[in-house]
Write a protein that binds this ligand. Structure first.
Ligand code: NAG
Ligand code: NAG
Ligand code: NAG
Ligand code: NAG
Ligand code: NAG
Ligand code: NAG
Ligand code: NAG
Ligand code: NAG
Ligand code: NAG
Length: 823
């Protein structure tokens, strides 16, 4: 409930927060994943877990075909072509019992902290890997011979290379033999960016002006800016982190801001000033330009073959005051924008006000915080050690830049409610239209993976996949070009997914509408573009997702299904839209389009309900999926409504005695009233919640009719492909096995209702629903019964009967606009 109130409050706050520099409202940014793939549909993908936990450190060596995995107490070497092929090698590296005992005595958590969490795994040189582990709050590092794959006898002290705390934000890289790490190493120490394994170890300056104010590190990225640089520039390492804001005008009084800092690879420190410290450390604010989305969660860099084309993608979540709700934003930055900020004006710390403000005084030459370039060398500054004192003093005092780093187009690419993106990677994919598209893979806090393609200024989410059954944060993502795979690391294991599963799209329209740049239609099936021998036959439309199926009449129309019902029955003709973006359209007898609420018809998201059917409702019903202006036929039904119930079924009606029947009737009557009363209460709560969400939506989705607001997710029931359920609810009568068996020859017992979510437990244990989060709202998944069998109806308990009535009510209510007044 608190969460819901927070949702409502959020609406108010967003409404109040005006004047923030965003041209487009967050409105059109909330993307619905086009398709939803649940865990059971991913059962055949390779998964690895080897009696350890926390598979969070992944190192892919694509050319060698090896994926190294650092876990809790172990390092694994897996075959990247199939991580589950059984050929794994393992280094057991547990914390020793003495160190564990020490750790417990320090009062650390014996379930999570007093183990050896491998936090760093990098290639050291051609023969060795380098690994660091927390070793029960006593960090150790090791150079591991990659061929032998055993721990060396001599382990190195890891105190200044690896954090003590396994949950502490940490990032580490080995660049040309130097180890660049950033974290708060020990609980009491200050956060620090260090270089080790180098002739000139360096660290960040501490007081008086904090270079790093309570920083929590997220990622580091090497950009080889020396390659082809006309100015003789140096390679740079960029650090992404959160820290306490100290500057004036940090918006809305937030205390934490996202930052990007950079250092130069050939920095050697100063001679007298900034001795053994970075002379090239500069930092700037990283802004995503959407209020409250301030907590940086993941960063990934992508380049198109040369460093000037580098773009960074970053995910942000709501800042701490919105702890109770989940929402994420994705922003894109290009490197020229980062450089612009680092070349701009500086900030200066005012001791009196304890704030950072713009520095407008003189800037010494050479420019403080720069890497050593040809121009420096011409002036006699061969290394950072040659830099004059006034330059080094300046850097020491003013490492913060005045300009913030703005996202591309000054706004986020994507805003997603009810989702916490915890990790991201990107891949650049050449499409058939000659363009390169950036595909983002975003891991969520509850074990899902979203795949989105960046088209212009927005992200189209191609699919969402439930990659872990048990909700857990996706910790690490790695893309392999060679294996065309993505590896996902989390607490319970690692898994390997293909970058694309084009065969999942069975029709041309499905393949084109998906807008997946990896996939194209070749006239017969949806194929991966990269593997295709002959590209000329392929069609694809990543830009709009509409063109390419004009003459693919090869598609076989779905077979007509015949339905027979009795006069007065409620008939549900199911029609599942595979796409969450599709709208169902129904045609009767090929001409009449059935609108919502027209006569006895209710158009639901997964079918058409004909209420109180009459013989004149007989006819041919066609269900179309309408998406991006395209219509494709999904199902055809021939419905025959018989005028009245055949005689023999009456004769075989239940043989209760009349008194018993009336007594039963009364009991049922009273029970129905009681239970419906309860239901009203539940629905009231649900409606309030939905209304609240609706209002929120009102702000974000400005009447885009294509966005399907309520969408049930096809359940994990086995017969999903050929679901031709026809639900008949015949109040007051219990048709016999024989009569119904004739009409619906298939007799499948109904699946048991799934367990009840806690929110609904008020005595109604039969509500057939599970909750799924999608598109900013929670959806009630209605367990649709395939072909309700005679026996099931006959033996149906009162509770089951009731749940069906309820199901029916839900269907009708999905159609009507819900508002509080209807409660
Ligand atoms: C991985 O498996 C593939 C196929 O089984 C095999 O060809 C390859 O040699 C293996 N790679 C390694 C590094 O073991
Ligand atoms: C951890 O400590 C708790 C309480 O001190 C104890 O009950 C539990 O058995 C310990 N677990 C392990 C794995 O040592
Ligand atoms: C790689 O580093 C290890 C550990 O420092 C060292 O023993 C080994 O000789 C190095 N190998 C090469 C080829 O330099
Ligand atoms: C390791 O996995 C356990 C079990 O899922 C989890 O509780 C813990 O938070 C994880 N620790 C880290 C540091 O990720
Ligand atoms: C810088 O290097 C050049 C050529 O290597 C040398 O002539 C010059 O003396 C050096 N300057 C300093 C200040 O070391
Ligand atoms: C970086 O972004 C700006 C707009 O924000 C754009 O004008 C510029 O072309 C971009 N640069 C690159 C290299 O993509
Ligand atoms: C459409 O059909 C015509 C002739 O049947 C063929 O030449 C053309 O290549 C087809 N176009 C596509 C996009 O398949
Ligand atoms: C439905 O009925 C039509 C004609 O009555 C028949 O041709 C068709 O085969 C039937 N379809 C099925 C699936 O039974
Ligand atoms: C549809 O057509 C059938 C015969 O083809 C006719 O019996 C039925 O009344 C028509 N239904 C409607 C609603 O017009």
């Amino acid at each position: 409930m608190r969460r819901r109130v927070a949702h409502c409050l959020f609406v108010l706050f967003v409404a109040v927060a005006t004047g923030y520099p965003s041209r487009r409202s967050a409105v059109d940014l909330d993307a619905t994943p086009r398709t939803t793939i649940i865990y059971n549909e991913l059962s055949d993908i390779p998964r690895f877990s080897g009696h350890a936990l926390n598979y969070t450190t992944l190192l892919l060596e694509d050319e060698k075909g090896i994926l190294y995995v650092g876990a809790r107490g172990a390092i694994f070497s897996l075959n990247s072509s199939n991580i589950a092929d059984g050929s794994q090698r393992k280094i057991q590296w547990e914390a020793s019992p003495e160190k564990q005992k020490d750790c417990l005595q320090k009062g650390k958590n014996n379930k999570t902290e007093c183990f050896n969490h491998v936090r760093l795994l990098q290639r050291l040189n051609s023969t060795h890997l380098y690994a660091c582990g927390t070793y029960a709050f006593h960090p150790l590092c090791a150079a591991i011979d990659a061929d032998k794959f055993t721990l060396p006898l001599h382990l190195e002290e890891g105190r200044e290379r690896c954090p003590y705390d396994p949950a502490r934000g940490y990032t580490g890289l080995i660049v040309d033999g130097g180890l660049y790490t950033a974290t708060r190493y020990e609980f009491r120490s200050l956060p620090d960016i260090r270089r080790n394994l180098h002739q000139r170890p360096l660290k960040t300056e501490e007081s008086p002006v904090h270079w790093l104010n309570d920083a929590e590190f997220v990622a580091s990225v090497l950009v080889r800016e020396s390659v082809g640089s006309p100015a003789g520039d140096d390679d740079k390492i960029y650090y992404f982190f959160m820290e306490q804001a100290g500057e004036e005008g940090a918006s809305f009084g937030q205390t934490q801001v996202a930052r990007v800092a950079r250092v130069c690879k050939n920095d050697l420190g100063g001679k007298k000033i900034l001795q053994r410290k970075w002379t090239s450390f500069l930092k700037a604010r990283l802004a995503c330009y959407i209020p409250y989305y301030e907590v940086l969660k993941g960063v990934y860099s992508l380049d198109g073959g040369s460093w000037p084309s580098t773009v960074f993608y970053a995910t942000f979540t709501l800042s701490a005051q919105w702890r109770s709700m989940e929402a994420s934003a994705v922003c894109q930055y290009n490197i020229s924008e980062l450089q612009r900020a680092f070349d701009g004006p500086y900030m200066e710390y005012q001791d009196t006000t304890r704030k950072w403000t713009r520095y407008d005084g003189d800037v010494p030459d050479p420019r403080p915080g720069s890497c050593i370039t040809d121009r420096f060398r011409e002036n006699g500054y061969n290394s950072s050690q040659d830099l004059p004192n006034n330059v080094l003093d300046f850097v020491k005092q003013r490492p913060l830049m005045f300009e913030e780093v703005k996202p591309v187009r000054g706004e986020p690419l994507l805003v997603k409610k009810n989702v916490l993106y915890t990790a991201l990677v990107a891949d650049r994919v050449p499409a058939l239209d000659g363009q390169q598209y950036n595909v983002l893979f975003l891991g969520t806090g509850d074990g899902w993976l979203h795949k989105g393609v960046v088209v212009g200024s927005v992200v189209h989410i191609v699919e969402e996949m439930q990659v872990f059954r048990a909700p857990q944060p996706v910790e690490t993502l790695v893309v392999s070009k060679a294996q065309r795979s993505i590896y996902v690391g989390a607490a319970s294991g690692v898994l390997q997914l293909p970058l694309a599963s084009c065969a999942r799209y069975t029709t041309c329209y499905d393949c084109i509408l998906a807008r997946d740049p990896y996939c194209a239609w070749d006239g017969k099936g949806c194929r991966e573009v990269a593997g295709a021998a002959d590209r000329t036959r392929l069609t694809q439309d990543v830009q709009h997702g509409t063109d390419g199926c004009w003459n693919s009449s090869a598609q076989a129309p779905p077979t007509q299904r015949n339905r027979t019902a009795l006069q007065g029955d409620d008939v549900l003709l199911t029609c599942n839209q595979r796409s969450n973006l599709a709208r169902a359209a129904w045609l009767l007898n090929g001409t009449v389009e059935l609108a919502e609420g027209q006569g006895p018809f209710r158009v639901g998201v997964d079918g058409l309900l004909v209420m109180n059917a009459l013989p004149e409702h007989s006819g041919q019903y066609r269900c179309y999926g309408e998406e991006s202006g395209l219509r494709s036929l999904m199902a055809t039904y021939a419905l025959t409504v018989l005028p009245e119930q055949p005689k023999e079924s009456r004769a075989m009606a239940p043989s209760h005695s009349p008194q018993q029947a009336t007594a039963d009737g009364k009991f049922i009557y009273i029970s129905v009233i009681t239970v419906l009363g309860g239901l009203c209460l539940v629905l009231g709560v649900v409606l309030f919640y939905v209304a609240c969400l609706q209002r929120r939506k009102g702000r974000y989705v400005l009447g885009d009719p294509r966005i399907v607001e309520l969408q049930t997710v096809s359940a994990n029931h086995p017969g999903k492909g050929q679901d031709d359920g026809c639900l008949q609810i015949i109040p007051g009568e219990a048709p016999t096995a024989a009569s119904l068996a004739r009409e619906t020859p298939l007799a499948v017992p109904p699946p048991p209702p799934p367990p009840l979510p806690a929110e609904f437990t008020n005595g109604l244990s039969t509500l057939p629903s599970t909750l799924r989060k999608m598109n900013g709202a929670r959806y009630v998944l209605l367990q649709q019964q395939e072909e309700p069998s005679a026996s099931s109806l006959h033996n149906a308990s009162f509770a089951q009967e009731l749940s069906k009535i309820l199901e029916k009510r839900k269907h009708t209510q999905l159609v009507e606009k819900l508002d509080e007044s209807s409660v």
